[in-house]
Design a protein around this ligand. Structure first.
Ligand code: FES
Length: 468
């Protein structure tokens, strides 16, 4: 039986490179660009309502747990249901908020996304910077063995290991130990592979803050002679984490490794409204991987839009689990077995990254005529191919911009990027660029976009290539 090496620096990493599976192009379904733009729209109101509801439930269950403990004559185990509820909302439902705000898609406001992301990171014992990079990799090389650090269920599967993972007891303790090591300045191999050297200090600082808070809770428990403080802060990450594992298992478990088509390695599951709220619609996981710039609340509509190009979704959580357990059972003897997928034979499309074409209408003075301003509404973008490389003409709230059409983080076209105000967001890992200056306003990109001068002359857009 061949045992695969899931580490980020093992023989399977080299094999993934050799097979062309690293930083590769993935299948993308066709979608009307105007419709995609509508689906990419963010809403502070929608995210605020959903977040407020979650926080209210969290505080309400905390009060219930506290009240259960304090009731005269109550026996400790009678408080278990209230703590179970609180733990699931804290250590389980925080994961979906962490995930969505990490992508920057929950709120329209970048600051609001960052605030919720950092709080949820603490609730899950995840270093914010480390996990941002880990998740970028997960989206670049989804379930590519030796590259993706977030392959939770590895082959050959062990039902015992899976059952332990579902409790999050082992995972929670591992996360805590990892933070302690990082706080001591010793980054592990995965962190060294995932995080650029310029961010190492930040990872260490965040781990120290994290360990400091956990240490404070431990001191509080010692002084109070009670574990109750830890049951409210820190502890729920372990005893409530089963919920995010329960949802997370449905995403990729039992599906194919080492393919460049999310339809083969990612699962969409129809879930009930309560699960969808707790999981923030991430049951539409396939659609999310294909279009990470679409916020959670628009994923059901995105599903309807591209459903014909996708394999059938699992009809229920139970059906998904039946498939996962059956597949794992077979994988015990044959780790190469993978749950079959009925993938429609559709050509899809690749994001356009052609170079070298030149379709510019040059004027005698060397400037280029890019057409009438009136033909573009705010948010519209148009590909402009020049001999020096592909450009993107974008109308934003402050005017018109002509910028390089390729994200500086990786070789990804920005044509499908969400335009919001004066910025454009990369459709792959959600980096944001200011269209007026090209500056990066949100990572993981580090380098600015090249900008070119644009003026409006007699109602026409006139560009000067090579001049900012
Ligand atoms: S390719 Fe990663 S943010 Fe653009």
């Amino acid at each position: 039986m061949t045992v695969r090496n899931y580490s980020l620096a093992g023989p399977d990493t080299a094999a993934a490179h050799a097979a062309g599976l690293v930083d590769a192009d993935w299948f993308l379904p066709t979608i009307d660009p105007v419709r995609l733009r509508a689906l990419q729209r963010r809403s502070n109101v929608r995210a605020a309502v959903d977040t407020a509801l979650w926080v209210a439930l969290l505080l309400g269950s905390a009060w219930l747990a506290w009240w259960s403990l304090g009731t005269d004559g109550v026996i400790w185990w009678q408080a278990i249901p209230a703590f179970a509820l609180y733990g699931a909302l804290y250590g389980g439902a925080a994961d979906a908020r962490w995930h969505e705000c990490g992508h920057g898609t929950a709120f329209a406001s970048r600051r609001a996304n960052d605030v919720v992301y950092n709080i949820a990171s603490f609730m899950l014992w995840r270093g914010p910077t480390l996990w941002r990079w880990s998740h970028h990799r997960h989206h670049t090389d989804t379930i590519i063995v030796g590259r993706d650090a977030e392959i939770a269920f590895q082959r050959p599967p062990s039902l015992v290991r899976t059952a332990i993972a579902l409790t999050n007891l082992r995972g929670g303790v591992d996360m805590l130990w990892r933070q302690i090591r990082h706080a001591a300045g010793r980054l592990d191999t995965d962190a060294l592979d995932l995080v650029p050297a310029t961010d190492h200090r930040r990872v260490i600082t965040e781990a120290r803050v994290f360990v400091g808070i956990v240490g404070g809770v431990v001191v509080w428990c010692v002084l109070a002679g009670s574990i109750v403080p830890a049951l409210f802060i820190g502890g729920p990450t372990i005893y409530g984490g089963w919920l995010f594992v329960f949802f997370g298992l449905t995403q990729h478990a039992g599906l194919r490794e080492d393919v460049l088509d999310h339809r083969l390695n990612t699962r969409t599951v129809h879930m009930n409204p309560v699960f969808r709220f707790l999981y923030l619609n991430m049951n539409h996981h396939l659609e999310h991987h294909m279009f990470p710039s679409v916020p959670y609340h628009a994923l059901p509509a995105l599903h309807d839009e591209i459903a014909e190009q996708l394999p059938p979704a699992s009809p229920s959580t139970w059906a998904a689990y039946r498939e996962i357990i059956t597949t794992m059972w077979r994988q015990r003897r044959d780790p190469t077995y993978e749950a079959p997928r009925d993938v429609p034979n559709t050509p899809g499309r690749r994001a356009p990254v052609e170079q070298g074409r030149d379709d510019l209408r040059r004027r005698p003075d060397g400037t280029v005529d890019l057409g009438p301003l009136a033909a573009m509404s705010i948010g519209d973008r148009r590909r402009v191919d020049s001999a020096s490389g592909p450009l993107l003409l974008v109308r934003h709230t402050d005017g018109v911009a002509l910028v390089s059409a390729i994200c500086t983080h990786a070789d990804v076209a920005l044509d499908d990027g969400a335009v919001s105000g004066c910025s454009i967001e990369c459709p792959k890992h959600n980096a944001c660029f200011d269209l007026r200056t090209g500056d990066v306003v949100r990572g993981p990109a580090r380098q600015s976009l090249r900008t070119h001068r644009v003026e409006i002359v007699d109602g026409r857009i006139i560009g000067t290539l090579g001049v900012d």
